[in-house]
Structure formats: structure tokens, C-alpha cells
Design a protein around this ligand. Sequence first.
Ligand SMILES: C[S@@+](CC[C@H](N)C(=O)[O-])C[C@H]1O[C@@H](n2cnc3c(N)ncnc32)[C@H](O)[C@@H]1O
Length: 267
Amino acid sequence: MHPWHLRLIKLWNTYKLQSYRPVIPTEVNHARLLGDIAALLQQPVERIETLWAEYQGLMAAKRHISRLDQVGTLSSEEAFVIHCLSALFQPPALIEIGTHQGKSTRRILDSIAFLQLQTAVTCFDIEDLVRYFDAAEATLVLRDVTDSVEQDILDRYAPGIIYLDAHPWHLLKNVIAAVLRREDWLLAIHDCSPILCNPKMTISRDQPSLITARTGHWERHVLAEVFGLDDPLDARLNELESDSHFLRIFGTQHGLGVILPKALLAA
Ligand SMILES: C[S@@+](CC[C@H](N)C(=O)[O-])C[C@H]1O[C@@H](n2cnc3c(N)ncnc32)[C@H](O)[C@@H]1O
């Protein structure tokens, strides 16, 4: 082989290694996931295993996978993490930011009904594309809360769980920072996997409409900045704690991040 040919192959391999190509995994290590949930929630793993067995029955009865898909929305495993949070903390309010057609809301509503909770579900989006739930089941609020997280959510509803699945940088930053200033709200964040993190984002923080899996997501960038790490791909981001909160990113298809106030566990 000519030296120039070898050089070309080397250059191509370097390019491939450096370029960002997200491939969402189809398999999740369930034993590890259940152990990680039990560890974060300080529960016996047997309790989480029982919840998972029940949850699989719920998913099958509601045909979640065939109706709602596993990619581009809450996967079964990610919905199960929120199911566990709901079962343990029984929140009076669950707020979704970024609802789109309501596939993730459907899974959340089915969990709440299954667990026989009185949780009121409120969804924030900037447009109404809802198809998977009706107005009697959850309230859709058409509002951009980027600059009003406290007034429109944290101070308005009884503290509970926020599920964040909208990708603009400023929205992520403001929601995460606002929740971390409090010790009464739980936050679950979609798309925190290193696989969806392009370390060399080619779009600016002010271009919200351009964010897709192909550009890479901002979630890990924002979490790294808020938790004081330089590199969004730093593996320490998957399991961190501050004086007042735990951050855990579960190894699910899209990486589900959970920010949990220590005070809630103590209570
Ligand atoms: C990835 S989709 C949500 C998918 C949905 N959670 C599901 O699993 O089916 C992101 C949604 O965030 C919404 N969005 C974008 N910017 C927003 C903002 N500033 N406030 C609220 N929602 C926003 C978009 O309109 C879009 O519907």
C-alpha cells in the first residue's frame, strides 16, 4: 500500500472518531438500571424489581411500545424511572415541559392511574400538537417558561416532579438552576446520554429551533456547566452530588437525568 493511501485511511479514521454520530442503543441493562434506581432512591432493590414486574404488566396492557414507540420519546425504561419517582414521592403535581404529541404524557398518565395517585398533570409547550391525551386528563398550557420558571411553575404548583423534554439552551439552564435553588422539586430530564452529546456543537445557544439528535443536545453541556465540570462527556456527570442534591443519569436509550433534593429522601 502506498504511503499516501495509508495516510488517507488514517485521516479518514481520525475524522470518523472525531465526528459525532449518535446511535441510540436498543438494549438497556435492566439489572443495572434497577440497581441504580434502588441506590438513588435508597430503596431495597427487591422493591424496585416488584415495581418493574408490575410496570411491565401495565405497559403490555396499554400497548405502550407499539402505540408510543421507544425512541424520540420516553422509552419504557425511562418512563419506569418516573413511575418509581411517582410511586415513592406521590407528588400532588407533575409538570411536563415539552409535550409535543403527548406520547410521554400518555405514559405518565397511565402510571399515575395505575398507582392510584391524585397527581394533577400540567403540560407546558409553545404549540398544541397533542394527540395522545385529552383535556380531562391533563392541562396543556401554551407558554414559554424560559424566563418565568419560578412564577409559572415552582411558586404556582404544589411541589412535585418536573419532566423536562424541551431542548433550548436557555430553557434548560433556567429550569435546572431554578430547581437547584430549591429543595422541594424533583426534576427528570430527557436526552442526557453521552451518545446525544456533541462536544463540538455547531449551533449557537440562541438557535432553539435547530436542535435535533443530529446536531447534538445541550443537556449535558448545561448540566456540566451548572455542576462545575469542564467536559460535558465527563463520566462523573452521570453520578454527582452537591450539598443539597443528587444528580444521576441513568443508562437508558436517551439517558434520563434525575435531580433529587436530599431533603426529600430524608423526609
Ligand atoms: C422532543 S419534543 C417533546 C416530546 C414529548 N415529551 C414526547 O416524549 O412525546 C420537544 C417539545 O418541546 C417544545 N418546546 C420547545 N421550546 C419550548 C419552550 N421554550 N417551552 C416549552 N416547550 C418548548 C416543542 O414545541 C416540542 O413539542
